[in-house]
Ligand binder design. Structure first.
Ligand SMILES: [Zn+2]
Length: 334
């Protein structure tokens, strides 16, 4: 724990206190006040400071419902340390049912931000200076982008320096798969990691939906990570499942424009050369067979049947050891 006094949005929150904080952010054209709503929960005993955020992409909503359930969960009544929950980080995009900000920028490319920069840059600056500055850990919740879906997965940097810490943290969340992903310039993850704060990025389901299995896996995962961090009492029964790490993910792209039919389920284990999809013409005639060039697991896919040549169809997670995957994935629901 960095400090005993927690000051967010000009509000002082003391140990043992629980409150809502509304962070002022720039207004829109009508000048009506805009803010980011936060639930701040401080235990009496010191401990880690965990930030759980959702909807940095304003249309990615599974995390929003999961945050609502976390706020209400009885576990939050007796914690060590502090939890800060932001169910809707990008309130502008959320109000527009859009991934983006009103100026069409991606908030997740505006970090670490600048108080005199673009709207997104100002918002990012507020998030970093008001919230992340206090944190020891961050979990940011995403879904697939519009009309694309993902099986529940943690994306983080599992290679090089700090990989061990990240793997342990990811393991504690207990998602079916963990996928190594390099940080992107301007992303929230890059800015958080630059502060020396470990961050898990969760991906699961699709945009604009509430999907029960995904929401449940987020709530379970956050509680489980909190237990691993000592913020909650250990579980009576250790139900933590093993988890598997993909060293890479890669999109299989449409070899031909046409009508896409997925021949495998999400979460399927596939072997190099296996038929995974077909592209058909208007009369149902076969235009192209799509085979996977790798061994791996289908961790994401497009949900729209109409596809153009070159479009990403299926996202494959590449694992070192695929022989154990099938049995492992049978333990999960998605
Ligand atoms: Zn996202």
């Amino acid at each position: 724990m960095k400090k005993n006094t927690l000051l967010i949005g000009g509000r002082r929150i003391r140990p043992g206190e629980r409150t809502q904080v509304y962070l002022d952010i720039p207004a829109l054209f009508d000048n009506a006040p805009m803010n980011i709503s936060l639930e701040v929960i401080r235990g009496l005993e010191p401990g880690p400071v965990l930030f759980v955020s959702a909807a940095i992409h304003g249309d990615e909503l599974n995390g929003t419902e999961a945050c609502h359930r976390l706020i209400k969960s009885p576990q939050m009544k007796n914690i060590k340390g502090t939890v800060i929950i932001a169910p809707i980080l990008n309130i502008y995009g959320f109000n527009n049912k859009s991934r983006y900000l009103p100026d069409r920028r991606d908030l997740n490319r505006c970090f670490p931000g600048n108080p005199t920069g673009s709207l997104g840059s100002r918002l990012a600056d507020i998030v970093m200076k008001e919230i992340v500055v206090h944190c020891t850990h961050v979990i940011d919740i995403h879904t697939g982008s519009l009309h694309r879906t993902n099986i529940p997965q943690i994306r983080a940097n599992f290679q090089g320096k700090g990989a061990k810490v990240m793997k342990e943290l990811a393991r504690s969340f207990g998602a079916p798969v963990m996928v190594h992903s390099n940080v992107r310039d301007g992303s929230f993850r890059e800015a958080v990691l630059q502060q020396g704060v470990p961050m898990l990025l969760f991906e699961g389901g699709e945009a604009m939906r509430f999907e029960e299995p995904i929401i449940k896996s987020i709530v379970r995962g956050v509680h489980s990570t909190m237990r691993a961090l000592g913020m909650l009492a250990p579980a009576k029964l250790d139900t933590q499942k093993d988890c598997l790490f993909a060293h890479k993910m890669s999109w299989i792209r449409a070899p031909h424009s046409g009508i896409f039919l997925l021949k495998k389920k999400l979460g399927s284990v596939v072997k190099e050369g296996e038929l995974v999809a077909r592209i058909k013409g208007p009369l149902g005639e076969n235009l192209a067979d799509v085979h996977t060039p790798y061994d791996g697991v289908i961790i994401g896919a497009t949900l729209i049947p109409q596809v153009m040549a070159g479009e990403g169809l299926i996202n494959i997670g590449l694992f070192e050891d695929i022989d154990v995957l099938e049995e492992h994935l049978e333990n999960f629901e998605f």
